[in-house]
Design a protein. Sequence first.
Length: 574
Amino acid sequence: MGQLCAKCTQLQYDLVLSVKKFSSNLVQDVKECLAQIRDCPCLKRTKFETRHLYKSTLQHREEVIAQEFLQRVEKGFEISPLGELSLMALKTLACSENPDLQKSASLFYLHISQCLNVQLPAEHLETYYVLLKSNDLEVQQISSLSLVTFLLKGNVPKEYVIQVDLLEPILELLESSDATVQCNSCACIMILAVSDTNREAIASAGGIVPLLTLSKSYDPRVQQYAVGAIFNLTQSEWVQQILCRQGALPVLTLLLESPDSEVQYYSCAALSNMATNSQHHEAMLQTGDRFLLRMLLSLLSSSVDKVSNQACVCLRNLVTSESVQTSLIAMGILPHLLPLLDSNNTEVQQNSIVLLRMLSQHPDNQDVLVCHEVLQSVGKLLITRKTNPVIIGHAACFIKSLSYSKSIKTVIENPCVEGLLQAIHDAEYLDEEALHCVTSCLGELVKHGGLLRILELMDEPLLSCLVRLAGQVEQTEPSFQAAIVIKHLIQHEEVVCLLKYHLSKIQEYLMKYLTHQETRFQQLGISTLCLLQKDLEFSSAFRQSQLKKHLDQICQQTEEMQELLRMAVSNVDT
């Protein structure tokens, strides 16, 4: 025990005087004096110094192994730093009750994790189990950090970590009161949760509740990794069910308010994954007065692209419900969405046009969406992203939805029509689905008052593209829709004149239609042929081609079919 300082000695002397005088306040004086002696730092300093002077006693075997291992480290390993001798030494150090020896083993692994470029031998994970279970905080910090490094660099197979039961000590570290240990263990879980097998193992072992707790941590690193781990776990549908039961939805929704963009991103991405399953929609939307929708609308205006993009994805997954479609329009989504259509980020533009198309599916929304600002942005998108089939396809479907609107004239007068025709010019960049969207949209526009506008913009190269598409019957829907557009256009003489430059190609595609197995193709081919025969040049060319012969065959087959039908009906009547 240390010596009393001058102050405490004086207090002790005063206490003795008080006793001698039998003061009436003796008891109070004793309490006050003892309290002041207790609070004085003089004795505490002595204890602190004594604790640091204490040295743990090493077992003789541990001391020998530690010295030998240190010599190999200093001289450089002759064979391998992770060979059998090193493994034995590291196991001994890790299993020691002396924290300094455990720390030596954990520091060695930290050093190796930063320079190793091959797989860590599986036997060393047994040593990790002991180190992660250590009662020493520094050992926990160092060993968990090196494990994160090994996992990030791919030196340790993620599935094997689960197989050798390392998950247990990692999950235990989530309960630590130290932020560094929490951060490292969350990072481990985040990295491990990359396969459904691992995700289910983490959820089954009770990893969800501590992660949800740490997602509310005041330490930004801990919070980021905890929410990142939850995001990875939501990629399993089975784990999603557990997350819902254990209260993840309200937690993730509230995290959208975080000032940290990483936390916003991961929580929004986790909710996006949950929203892919419509069974979760009711639970997601019942928090507050559509609190989730309001937060997502706010995040659409985030200055961080990945956050605004993820908010768009989440809304896209939720908007399958008609009530959500109308609610978002009523809540004023357009001012938040339009800047995303004009973004320099292709992925952001892509997801925003998908969301816009889905909003247009509800008839009550269509008149609101037919506004100059929206149509200008979509038209610009069609022209500037002409090589992106996803953007072109969804933009075309959006315009097609508006073709049923009362304000179709506004649609026709905007740059959207130019954008659609530009897409026909650049059809080689589009896949079959996108081409179908574009051609079917044009087909609807020519039926609903857009024919004259398309005629104004029509030229020979564009008509050539339509004829070529019509002839590509292996792409069933784009071919059929292109032929419908041509059929409407040939009602105008100037188009018929332009088509004469492609007479042989027209005959070719009409023959394919007449011989097609689908009745709708045959009917479209015949009706188009009838319209073109009004022109003398086309009529003369058709008479001299195989088309005439095939039409005669169709007539004969039709007459025979009609005769058979009359006989069948007659027999039924009798």
